[in-house]
Design a protein around this ligand. Structure first.
Ligand SMILES: [Zn+2]
Length: 48
C-alpha cells in the first residue's frame, strides 16, 4: 500500500480520520503508516 496524496486514512491506533504526514505516520498520535487504513470521504474503509 502506498501513500496517496490527498487520500484520507483511518488510524487504527487513535481512531481518527487523518491525512498522514509526509513520512506516512499519523499526524495525531504518530502511529506508523502500517496502522493507517484508507477511507473514502464518508469515512468508509476502501477495500483494495
Ligand atoms: Zn493515530
Amino acid at each position: 500500500m502506498e501513500l496517496k496524496p490527498g487520500q484520507k486514512y483511518r488510524c487504527l491506533a487513535c481512531g481518527q480520520i487523518v491525512i498522514p504526514n509526509e513520512d506516512g505516520s499519523c499526524p495525531i498520535c504518530g502511529a506508523p503508516f502500517e496502522m493507517l487504513v484508507p477511507v473514502d470521504d464518508d469515512g468508509n474503509d476502501i477495500n483494495e
